[in-house]
Write a protein that binds this ligand. Structure first.
Ligand SMILES: Nc1ncnc2c1ncn2[C@@H]1O[C@H](COP(=O)(O)OP(=O)(O)OP(=O)(O)O)[C@@H](O)[C@H]1O
Length: 224
């Protein structure tokens, strides 16, 4: 398939995936598209009865669009695709989604075709997925580069998560338990192409860009 290979970024919550991604998007504008597979933008859609099929949008300027749901105006990320619940459920049953979740009565998910669309637009699609997402992607022919971002230790991960001040004690403990499992799984041979230990941020970023540089160049060459 033409276009740059997608990139899977996986690893425990707090390992630094978003921090590294933000830097990539800033340094290489117009090169990456990414999937909001962690459903970060969900609150914006909570009022909607519309059902996104695919939650992929590009790193180019994001212009929010609006839709009318039950007589109310709701703000939507622009590149969400919407469908009926029945059609979406059928897609999930057919294995067309690499991730899906139900939240407040709405179904959300990332479809394989949406990832292929990003690739067809000459953008590197970044997929921020958990280990289950990694396993699902392995069953497809999407052929991404699999990268695991890991913290230097559980102690440092806990400190970073506490300092980020985004967690309750309960959610923190859940994330730490999931992190223990993730750290073990990342060591399994053949799961990831590369495991980056995010100790020094600059060094981790250097390692990440070194892995991605061939795909970045591909995008830039087509553009020029
Ligand atoms: N190398 C580093 N050194 C020190 N702090 C770091 C480093 N990398 C990231 N951090 C900090 O650790 C915290 C967690 O990072 P970040 O939010 O990027 O993690 P994440 O993997 O995206 O987590 P989640 O999956 O929950 O979104 C942030 O406050 C970030 O600023």
């Amino acid at each position: 398939m033409a276009g740059p290979r997608p990139v899977v970024l996986s690893g425990p919550s707090g390992a630094g995936k978003s921090t590294l991604m933000k830097r990539l998007l800033k340094d290489y504008e117009g090169v990456f598209g990414f999937s909001m597979s962690r459903l970060n933008m969900l609150p914006m859609l909570l009022g909607a009865t519309l059902l996104p099929v695919a939650d992929v949008f590009s790193s180019k300027d994001v212009v929010m669009s609006t839709a009318i749901s039950e007589g109310r105006k709701v703000t939507c990320p622009p590149d969400y695709h919407y469908t009926t619940r029945e059609a979406m459920q059928e897609g999930i049953d057919n294995g067309d989604f690499i991730e899906n979740a139900e939240f407040s009565g709405n179904l959300y998910g990332t479809s394989k075709s949406a990832i292929e669309d990003v690739r067809a637009q000459n953008l590197i699609c970044i997929l921020d997925v958990d280990i289950q997402g990694v396993r699902n992607i392995k069953k497809t022919d999407l052929d991404p580069i699999y990268i695991s971002i890991q913290p230097p230790s559980m102690e440092i991960l806990e400190t970073r998560l506490r300092d980020r001040q985004t967690e309750t004690e309960e959610s923190l403990q859940k994330r730490l338990e999931a992190a223990r499992q993730d750290m073990e799984l990342s060591k399994e041979p053949g799961v990831f192409d590369v495991v980056i230990i995010n100790d020094d941020l600059d060094k981790a970023y250097e390692e990440l860009t070194a892995i991605l540089i061939d795909e970045i160049k591909k995008v830039q060459e087509v553009k020029s």
